[in-house]
Design a protein around this ligand. Structure first.
Ligand code: PGA
Length: 263
């Protein structure tokens, strides 16, 4: 049995206005109050003040979806770590494949953001993963190696971050990696981290699986020894679905006593 505390994080992406976000976390709060794992919601930047207030005193931590690497300055449209910290943000997603694909994020910028987040006391959730084409042409390990060595370069203690393994072909597609595939690839990531950083830190670093994880498949995925949590997109937008994933140890949806309006 490893000592890693499982972590289930919702990634709302560009969904929910502040008002909608507050309603969603208010519905989630009582459903996850007895969670055994760490629970996080990563919300759009503009939702942060309101959601932060709504989460006060709960066991749900607040996360952002990106952070700039400079402390401050002429970076129109960007948000600094200090701005996030002021509202009690603890986690920040960095290098999500959508940012790599649509917004020019590279291993180099991922690295800069990750180091800046760590320096400011935020916990980066760094996303890595291969595309379908890369997997089919046998390049999965090569891509992960590059994302780890370049993207995580210069981190002194790798166990201070969370890694999210998200095969790009499984994100929002309903096509989940099999439990064995996810476990094997995450095992590979841990092995690589041991090689590049240190074996002890690699044993401690939490590695999530992300990509169409839902109330139906969470129990099997979370039962795999290498998988320490989930980064949940679509299924984090409904209180009952997200709470069922948080309660994966109770068997997902079946194990839940849900208020009528959430069924
Ligand atoms: P999904 O998204 O759960 O909707 O596949 C996961 C993610 O992109 O983090």
């Amino acid at each position: 049995m490893n000592q890693r505390t499982p972590i289930i994080a919702g990634n709302w992406k560009m969904n929910n206005t502040a008002k909608e976000g507050v309603a969603l976390v208010n519905a989630i709060k009582p459903l996850v109050a007895d969670a055994k794992c760490e629970v996080v919601v990563c919300v759009p930047a503009i939702d942060i003040p309101a959601v932060s207030e709504a989460l006060a005193g709960s066991n749900i931590a607040l996360g952002a979806q990106n952070v700039h690497f400079a402390e401050k300055g002429a970076y129109t449209g960007e948000i600094s770590a200090a701005m996030l910290k002021e509202y009690g943000v603890k986690y920040v997603i960095i290098g999500h494949s959508e940012r790599r694909q649509y917004f020019g994020e590279t291993d180099e910028t991922v690295n800069k953001r990750t180091l800046a987040a760590l320096a400011a006391g935020l916990v980066p959730i760094v996303c890595i993963g291969e595309t379908l084409e890369e997997r089919e042409s046998g390049k999965t390990e090569e891509v992960l190696d590059r994302q780890i060595t370049e993207g995580l370069k210069g981190i002194d203690d790798i166990s201070r971050i969370v890694i999210a393994y998200e095969p790009v072909w499984a994100i929002g597609t309903g096509r989940t990696a099999t439990c064995e595939q996810a476990n094997e690839t995450i095992g590979y990531i841990r092995k690589k981290c041991a090689e590049v950083f240190c074996p002890k830190c690699a044993e401690k670093v939490r590695i999530q699986y992300g990509g169409s994880m839902n109330a139906g498949n969470c129990k099997q995925l979370m039962a795999m020894p290498e998988i320490d949590g989930g980064l949940i997109g679509g299924a984090s937008l409904k209180a009952a679905d997200f709470a069922a994933i948080v309660g994966y140890d109770k068997g997902g949806m079946q194990g839940m006593k849900l208020p009528k309006e959430l069924l």
